[in-house]
Design a protein around this ligand. Structure first.
Ligand SMILES: [Zn+2]
Length: 207
């Protein structure tokens, strides 16, 4: 197999990219100069080294080489409201909610969604880590509300139902409010594609 084919295969593994698009990427790269290609390769190689995963919310953040901190800037921000925790599917959803400037609590990144009838949820989402975090925040007596902010795709809805079933006992027992984003978001949409105003409304109308 030649390099064009090999690279096409790699690009087609990217989310949302089909074989036709991935071939277009390859020909685009061929049309660029060496500086562009070298810079791109360097960035790909250093990605894992320069980015860490937060031990508290599990989001990716730029690591600081001078310190050994494993907690991101949001989780370590003392000005944020530690009584509210929002659960989102992925990093891009977190970024989209942050952009609205209306939410000042903390986050938890699930790392995916749950397919219908999934037998082993642990393999698809960070449910064990989430339950641990909720439990430890509860023990410190600082958790008043958990917002489930999964998308409105079929898997997103399924994930929401699963999270409600897992979190309901702990929420009822400890008087922690369990809320969902307000309607107005259209079915099938992922949080990362929703515009700022709609997210603001969905947050204000959470129930
Ligand atoms: Zn964090």
């Amino acid at each position: 197999m030649n390099t064009i084919h090999k690279l096409t295969e790699y690009f087609s593994k990217l989310p949302g990219i089909g074989p036709r698009q991935s071939k277009r990427f390859v020909y685009f790269l061929l049309s660029r100069d060496n500086v562009f290609l070298e810079e791109l390769s360097k960035l790909i190689i250093s990605l894992k080294k320069d980015v860490s995963i937060c031990r508290s919310c599990f989001r990716y953040f730029p690591s600081n080489h001078n310190t050994s901190t494993k907690i991101c800037d949001v989780c370590s921000n003392k000005n944020r409201d530690n009584s509210v925790l929002m659960i989102v599917e992925k990093d891009s959803d977190f970024e989209n909610v942050e952009k609205t400037n209306t939410y000042n609590g903390f986050y938890f990144i699930l790392g995916g969604t749950l397919p219908i009838l999934e037998r082993d949820p642990n393999k698809k989402i960070r449910i064990i880590e989430l339950m641990k975090k909720v439990e430890s925040n509860r023990k410190e007596n600082k958790l008043a509300e958990i917002i489930i902010a999964t998308g409105l795709s079929t898997e997103g809805e399924n994930t929401k139902d699963y999270l409600v079933s897992k979190l309901k006992p702990i929420s009822e027992k400890n008087k922690i409010k369990l809320s969902l984003l307000g309607r107005g978001l259209s079915t099938g949409t992922e949080l990362e594609y929703i515009d700022t105003e709609t997210i603001k409304n969905a947050l204000q109308n959470r129930h």
